[in-house]
Design a protein around this ligand. Structure first.
Ligand SMILES: O=c1ccn([C@@H]2O[C@H](COP(=O)(O)O)[C@@H](O)[C@H]2O)c(=O)[nH]1
Length: 233
């Protein structure tokens, strides 16, 4: 269902502003995501506020630490009842396996656990500065293989890598793609971008979309237009 494939990234420093937008949305239209900014400012209370309004929430804290610490953090996220949470694949196989194991006791109530491969803001040149002298798509594939081996539910990647990853890992391995930009919208700090309809066609399962919606003069109209662009394809 294309509409529930949209995850609106709420990157606000003002809780009232975020709740004003949320109250205009319907949980049947989209899921929501909060990340480091909002969780640091407003914590688990905000998670409860969002759940109270009936939305499924992606807690995007991108954990990256030693296995024991990440396992505990992922478990704390599960205790909040979130729909999805994540770690950095570059934390390594043992870290991801520990995170996955920490969720075993939650059974069907466990959140989806995914791993960030290469941030969508990064280009091949940015990777080269880190000593990674392969195209981003090759490094994404390498990290996705590790994530798959650890038994996680999927990865965060760019939609530009979606076709490659779907053909490699199959339909059940979820692809969560930020860096989504409707035609003509500001690219901002993103590098590996794609339009919503092309991203779905390429194999993205969930489109993470922030500023093209939240910074629009009329965020609801922007979300509605994106829905329509998906239905048209
Ligand atoms: O590789 C990644 C991982 C996470 N993000 C997050 O997604 C949103 C994108 O917001 P836009 O305003 O649509 O650019 C944001 O919260 C990031 O922290 C990402 O962009 N890329």
């Amino acid at each position: 269902m294309p509409n529930k494939s949209i995850v609106v990234a709420l990157d606000y420093n003002d809780k009232a502003e975020a709740l004003t937008l949320i109250d205009k949305l319907d949980p049947s239209m989209c899921r929501l995501k909060i990340g480091k900014e909002m969780f640091t400012l407003f914590g688990p209370t905000l998670v409860k506020d969002i759940h109270h309004r009936g939305f499924e929430l992606f807690l995007d804290l991108k954990f990256h630490d030693i296995p024991n610490t990440v396992a505990k953090a992922v478990s704390a996220a599960a205790d909040l009842g979130v729909w999805m949470t994540n770690v950095h694949a570059s934390g390594g196989l043992a870290m991801m396996q520990a995170a996955k194991k920490a969720l075993e006791s939650y059974g069907n109530d466990a959140p989806l656990l995914i791993a960030v491969t290469v941030l969508t803001s990064m280009s091949d040149e940015d990777l080269a500065l880190l000593g990674i002298n392969v195209p981003a798509s090759e490094h994404v594939l390498r990290l996705a293989k590790l994530t798959h081996q650890a038994g996680l539910d999927g990865v965060v990647c760019s939609a530009q890598e979606a076709t490659l990853l779907k053909s490699t890992f199959g339909r059940d391995f979820k692809l969560v793609t930020p860096g989504i930009r409707p035609a003509g919208s500001d690219v901002g700090d993103q590098h590996r971008i794609m339009t919503p309809s092309k991203a779905i066609a390429a194999g993205s399962d969930y489109l993470v979309i922030g500023r093209p919606i939240t910074k629009a003069a009329d965020p609801l109209a922007s979300l509605t237009a994106i829905h329509q662009s998906l239905l048209a394809n």
